[in-house]
Design a protein around this ligand. Structure first.
Ligand SMILES: Nc1ncnc2c1ncn2[C@@H]1O[C@H](COP(=O)(O)OP(=O)(O)OP(=O)(O)O)[C@@H](O)[C@H]1O
Length: 868
C-alpha cells in the first residue's frame, strides 16, 4: 500500500487531460510509470503498465482500502475495477465481466491473478467451507493451467499460450458458489517445435527436473531435457530450480483441486509418452517404412496402456474406406509417418490440456443450485486473452489471434458506446452520436460466409486433390481483390515488402500484418488419422480413454468431415463475444513498457504503438465527446460541497440536485453540464479539473479545521456519553435495576445518541413530555431492558411507567419495534385502567390517540370508558 500513498502524479484519469493528443497522453503515461503509478483510468477502464518489479500495492491493507469504495475514492487500481464489477454484480444482480487485453508480456495474466485474489479476499467473510473450497480451487487452478498452458517465449518467460475465460458464479449473498473455465486455441504446434531461444510448455521441464527418480524411472525418462527432440530447444534456457519447485506446487495443486492419484499419474504418463514420441524415427527402404529401434515405442505403449503392435500400426498405417465400403490399411510414406507422429503428439497434449480444464470445471461447477432457494445466480467473467501479435513471420496462429482481437475490439467500442448511450437515455440527456472506426469490415473480411478468408481456407481444405497454400492464396487474391483491408504482392506489385505467392496482408485495426501463407492449409485441416483416436480410445487406462471419446467411431462411421481449426476457433470466439456482450464490461488494457523486461525503461515508440492499437485515444475521445464525468448528485455534493461559498444547514437543502446546481452555478459551469434524473454530467474535464484543484487546495486547511473540530467533537461526545451512562445508572438505581457502568456502556455502544437515552430515562411527566419520550425510543426498542426496568420499578411508579409505555406503543403505531407482544400491551392498559393515580392529563392524551386509527380505537376504548 505504501507505494500508493502520497502524491498523485500526472492525471489519474486520461479524461482529465487538457487536450487529447497522443503527446499529452504519452507524457502522462510515462510520468506515471516513472513515478511508480502503473495504473491510470480512462473513465472506468484501467490502463496498466507492466512495472517488471514486485510492488507493494497488492497487500491486505490495500484490499481493505479498496473494498466497497468507489473508483474515484482511491488512486487507480485493478482492485477498484474488480470492486466495481463485484458491486454491480451484487447490488444490481448484473452479470459482469472484466476483459484484460494487451500484448504478450504486458501483464494480463498477473492482472487476472490479482483480480481473482481480490475477489477471493472480499467474499465470504463468514468463511463457509464450501465457498472457501470453490475459491481455493479457482486460485489453485491458475498454477495448474500455467504449468500446462504457459511457456517461455522470447517476449515473456511465462507466456500464456492459450486464451482463458473464467466465469465465477455467485449466490445472492455475493459468495462464490462455483465457476467455469473456457480455454481458447492452445498453441499446440509448440509441443513439436519452438523458435530459437524459446521453450516447450513448462509441464515438460517441470516433469523432467522435478519428477522423482522413481517416477522418471517408471516412465522410462532421463532427467536431461536435451535428450528429447521436443524439449532440447529449451534445455539450455531451462531454469531447473524453478521447474523443480513449480513441479511440487503443481502436484500439490492437483491434489488440492481433487485429482485422484491415478489421474495425476495418467497426466504425467501422457507427457512422458509425448516426449518419447518425439524421439521415434522412421526409415524407408523404398518400399515400406519402418520404425528405427522399437525401444521408444515399447515404452510409449506401456505409458498409454496399449499393446506395442497397435502403437506401431497407428504410426505406420492408416485405415481408409474405399468407395465400395471396403476397409483397407494403407502404409504411410516416411513423410506421412513423421507428419502423423507429430500430429499425434500435438493432439495428445491438446486433449490432455482440455481434459484437465474439464476436470477442474467438474470440481467447481455449481451444484444443486436452486434459484428459488438461493436467489439469482450471478456471474463475474474474467477474460485473459492474447493481444494483437505482429511478428516478423506471422502464421496461421497469428491470423486467428488477430481475428479474435478484431472481434474483441469491436465489442469494446460497441459496448462502451452502447453503455454511454444507455446511460444518457436513462438519465434523459440528449446524446450526440460520435463517429468511430467500425472494424466490422475487417471482421467480415475474415469471417463472412462464402466470401471471408476462413471460408476460402475451408473451401481449399475440402477440395479433393493437391491444393497448395499458394493455390489458396491465389483464390484469396481473386475473391478479395477489391477489399480495402486486404492486399498481396500480386494485388500491389510495387510493394516489395511482401513475397510473391507467399504472403498476404491484412490492414488490421491495430496495424498492417503480413501473413505467410505457408502451412495455413495443414494447420487449418488439423488432420489427425482416425487410427490414433481409436488407439487412445482402446487404451486400458480409463483416464486416457476418457480424453478420446471420438475414438469409438470406426472408419466407416466417420462420415462427416471434422470442422476445420479456423472454423472451430471462429465458433468459439463468436460464442465468447456473445457471452461477453450480455454482461456489464470492465476493461483492463495492459501495456508493455519495453522489450528488455526493465523496470525503468519506457520505450516511447513501443508504448505509443500499443496505445494506438488498443484504441486508447479513441476511448478517451469517446468518453470526452459525450460527458467526461458523471456522478450521482449525492456523491458530487459530498465531494465538492467544500468548494462552495454557501453553507446550508442540511435540513434547508431541498434536494441534492439543487445543492449541486448551486455549486455549479457558483463556479460558472452551468453551460458545461447537464442535469440527469439522478446524476450530474460534466462535459469538459477542465471544469472537473477546476473543481478538483479547488478541492485539493482546500484540503490542507480543511484537515486542520477538521482536526480541531473533530477533537472538540470527540471530547464533547465522550462527555455526553459519560453523562448519559451516569443518567441511565441513576435511573436504574432509582428503580433498583442492577447495572454496572461497563455493562451499560457495552450494551449501549450502538445506541446512536446516548444523551437522548439519558434524557429518556428521566421519565418526564405526561402528556407534555410524551412527544419527547416518543423520540427517545431507544431503550424501549429493547425488550430486555424494558422488561428489566418494568420488573424492578416500585409499584407506585410502575403504573405511571406502564401507562406511558402503553400510550407510546399506540402513539408510535410501530408495535413491533417496541418488542412487546399485544398481550403485554393489553396487560399494561389493564394496569393503567385500574390505577387510581392515572392522571387526567394522560386520559386526555389517550382520548386523542383513540381517534387516530382503528388499532388505537380498540386499544383505548375499553380502558377509557371505565376510566372516564
Ligand atoms: N503487476 C505486476 N507486478 C509485477 N510484475 C508484473 C506485473 N505484471 C506483469 N509483471 C511481470 O511481467 C511478466 C509478464 O506478465 P504476464 O505473464 O502477466 O504477461 P501476459 O500479458 O499475460 O503475457 P502473455 O500474453 O505472454 O501470457 C510477469 O511474469 C511478471 O514478471
Amino acid at each position: 500500500m505504501a507505494e500508493l500513498e502520497g502524491l498523485e502524479f500526472g492525471k489519474s484519469d486520461f479524461v482529465l487531460l487538457d487536450e487529447v493528443t497522443m503527446e499529452q497522453f504519452m507524457d502522462n503515461l510515462k510520468l506515471r510509470f516513472e513515478k511508480g503509478r502503473i495504473y491510470t483510468y480512462i473513465g472506468e477502464v484501467v490502463v496498466s503498465v507492466n512495472p517488471y518489479r514486485q510492488m507493494d500495492i497488492y497487500g491486505k491493507d490495500t484490499i481493505d482500502a479498496y473494498r466497497g469504495r468507489e473508483l474515484y475514492e482511491n488512486p487507480p487500481h485493478l482492485y477498484a475495477v474488480s470492486d466495481a464489477a463485484y458491486k454491480a454484480m451484487k447490488r444490481r444482480a448484473k452479470d459482469t465481466c472484466i476483459v484484460i487485453s494487451g500484448e504478450s508480456g504486458a501483464g494480463k495474466t498477473e492482472a487476472s491473478k490479482y483480480i481473482m485474489q481480490y475477489i477471493a479476499a472480499i467474499t465470504n467473510p463468514n468463511q463457509r467451507v464450501e465457498v472457501e473450497s470453490v475459491k481455493n480451487v479457482l486460485l489453485k487452478s491458475n498454477c495448474v493451467l500455467e504449468a500446462f498452458g504457459n511457456a517461455k517465449t522470447n517476449r515473456n518467460d511465462n507466456s500464456s499460450r492459450f486464451g482463458k475465460y473464467m466465469d465465477i458464479n455467485f449466490n445472492f449473498n455475493g459468495d462464490p458458489t462455483g465457476g467455469n473455465i473456457n480455454n481458447y486455441l492452445l498453441e499446440k504446434s509448440r509441443v513439436v517445435q519452438q523458435q530459437d531461444g524459446e521453450r516447450n510448455f513448462h509441464s515438460f521441464y517441470q516433469l523432467l527436473h522435478g519428477g522423482s527418480d522413481e517416477m522418471l524411472g517408471s516412465f522410462h525418462l532421463q532427467r536431461d531435457p536435451a535428450l528429447y527432440t521436443y524439449t532440447k530447444e529449451g534445455a539450455a534456457t531451462a531454469t531447473s530450480n524453478n521447474d523443480r519447485s513449480s513441479h511440487k506446487a503443481v502436484m500439490s495443486a492437483l491434489e488440492a483441486i481433487g485429482f485422484s492419484q491415478e489421474e495425476i499419474t495418467s497426466i504425467y504418463q501422457v507427457l512422458a509418452a509425448i516426449l518419447l514420441l518425439g524421439n521415434v524415427q522412421f526409415e524407408s527402404d523404398g518400399e515400406s517404412v519402418q520404425i528405427v529401434g522399437l525401444e521408444a515405442v515399447n515404452h510409449i505403449s506401456e505409458l498409454i496402456a496399449s499393446d506395442v503392435d497397435s502403437v506401431c500400426k497407428s504410426l505406420l498405417f492408416r485405415t481408409v474406406a474405399t468407395g465400395g465400403g471396403e476397409v483397407i490399411e494403407k502404409g504411410h510414406t516416411e513423410q506421412d509417418a513423421c507428419f502423423g507422429c507429430s500430429a499425434f503428439a500435438k493432439a495428445l497434449y491438446e486433449r490432455l490440456f482440455g481434459w484437465i480444464v474439464n476436470r477442474i470445471n467438474s470440481v467447481i461447477e455449481v451444484k444443486d443450485y436452486n434459484p428459488v432457494l438461493h436467489g439469482k445466480n450471478t456471474v463475474i467473467g474474467v477474460l485473459d486473452i492474447y493481444g494483437f501479435e505482429i511478428f516478423d513471420n506471422n502464421s496461421f496462429e497469428q491470423f486467428c489471434i488477430n481475428y479474435c482481437n478484431e472481434k474483441l475490439q469491436q465489442l469494446f467500442i460497441e459496448l462502451i458506446l452502447r453503455q454511454e448511450q444507455g446511460e444518457y437515455q436513462r438519465e434523459g440527456i440528449t446524446w450526440q452520436h460520435i463517429d468511430y472506426f467500425n472494424n466490422q469490415i475487417i471482421v467480415d473480411l475474415v469471417e463472412q460466409p462464402h466470401k471471408g478468408i476462413i471460408s476460402i481456407l475451408d473451401e481449399a481444405c475440402l477440395t479433393v486433390g493437391k491444393v497448395t497454400d499458394t493455390v489458396c492464396l491465389e483464390s484469396m487474391d481473386t475473391k478479395l481483390a477489391q477489399h480495402p483491408h486486404y492486399t498481396s504482392r500480386k494485388l500491389s506489385p510495387t510493394d516489395k515488402t511482401m513475397d510473391f505467392q507467399k504472403q498476404f496482408r491484412i490492414r488490421h485495426y491495430a496495424g498492417d500484418v503480413t501473413y505467410s501463407v505457408e502451412g495455413f492449409l495443414d494447420k487449418n485441416k488439423d488432420l489427425l488419422f482416425q487410427d490414433f483416436k481409436r488407439l487412445m480410445y482402446n487404451s486400458a487406462n480409463p483416464v486416457m480413454k476418457e480424453m478420446w471419446p471420438d475414438g469409438q467411431l470406426s472408419i466407416t462411421e466417420v462420415t462427416k468431415r471434422p470442422l476445420t481449426a479456423a472454423t472451430l476457433f471462429k465458433n468459439s470466439i463468436v460464442a465468447l463475444v456473445d457471452k461477453l456482450g450480455c454482461k456489464e464490461p470492465y476493461y483492463v488494457r495492459c501495456i508493455k513498457p519495453n522489450e528488455m523486461k526493465s523496470q525503468v525503461l519506457f520505450d516511447d515508440a513501443r508504448c505509443q504503438h500499443q496505445v494506438a492499437y488498443l484504441g486508447l485515444m479513441e476511448n478517451v475521445m469517446v468518453r470526452r465527446a459525450g460527458f467526461a464525468y458523471r456522478q450521482h448528485y449525492a456523491r458530487v455534493l459530498q465531494r465538492y460541497k467544500m468548494t462552495c461559498e454557501y453553507t446550508w444547514p442540511n435540513h434547508l437543502m431541498a434536494s441534492d440536485r439543487e445543492a449541486v446546481e448551486a455549486i455549479i452555478t457558483q463556479h460558472g459551469f452551468q453551460d458545461d453540464v447537464a442535469y440527469g434524473h439522478t446524476k450530474l454530467f460534466v462535459r469538459s474535464p477542465r471544469s472537473l479539473y477546476t473543481l478538483e484543484q479547488e478541492r485539493a487546495a482546500l484540503i490542507p486547511i480543511l484537515v486542520l479545521f477538521l482536526q480541531k473540530v473533530w477533537r472538540g467533537a470527540l471530547a464533547r461526545r465522550r462527555c455526553r456519553r459519560m453523562r448519559a451512562i451516569y443518567a441511565i445508572m441513576g435511573c436504574f438505581k432509582r428503580y433498583k435495576v442492577k447495572a454496572h457502568f461497563r455493562e451499560v456502556e457495552r450494551r449501549f455502544t450502538n445506541v446512536r445518541t446516548m444523551a437522548d437515552y439519558g434524557r429518556s430515562v428521566e421519565w418526564p411527566t405526561p402528556p407534555a413530555a410524551l412527544s419527547q419520550f416518543h423520540n427517545n425510543t431507544v431503550m424501549l426498542h429493547r425488550r430486555w431492558w424494558a422488561r428489566q426496568i418494568v420488573k424492578n420499578i416500585p409499584p407506585s411508579d410502575m403504573l405511571e411507567v406502564r401507562a406511558k409505555v402503553a400510550a407510546l406503543t399506540a402513539l408510535s403505531g410501530e408495535r413491533k419495534d417496541w418488542g412487546v407482544s399485544r398481550a403485554w400491551e393489553r396487560d399494561y392498559l389493564a394496569n393503567v385502567r385500574d390505577c387510581p393515580q392515572t392522571s387526567a392529563a394522560f386520559i386526555r392524551v389517550s382520548k386523542e390517540l383513540r381517534n387516530r386509527d382503528e388499532h388505537n380505537q380498540v386499544l383505548f376504548s375499553g380502558f377509557l370508558s371505565e376510566g372516564e
